[in-house]
Design a protein. Structure first.
Length: 105
């Protein structure tokens, strides 16, 4: 039998999410006290089964990266307020920097 190891990588650290047997909707968590997990490990150790990695790391679009880069609406409104009071261009500069760092494809 083939098992699929679903994982994701965040900030360079990989984390196993779950294992899924081929042709099954069952999710097996990585837990030593889980009988399904223990059976899977013993099958793999015996050579009767294999594990194939499946990378579930989300792929962020430029739009996702921009949303993260802009910050909250509250922070942006605060920048705009201080720009109006202080005569600065902090908000415009911030938006231009985010757009430059994450351009449209």
């Amino acid at each position: 039998m083939k098992y699929f190891k679903h994982f994701e990588t965040v900030s360079g650290v990989s984390k196993t999410l779950f294992y899924r047997p081929e042709d099954s909707g069952v999710s097996i968590p990585e837990a030593e006290d889980n009988s399904d997990y223990a059976r899977m490990v013993s099958e793999v150790d015996a050579g009767a089964s294999t594990i194939e990695d499946v990378d579930d790391t989300p792929v962020l679009t430029y739009a996702d990266k921009r949303i993260d880069g802009y910050g909250s609406i509250g922070d942006q409104l605060d920048m705009q307020y201080h720009d109006a009071v202080d005569g600065t261009t902090t908000w415009k500069d911030h938006v231009a920097a985010v757009k430059a760092e994450h351009p449209k494809p």
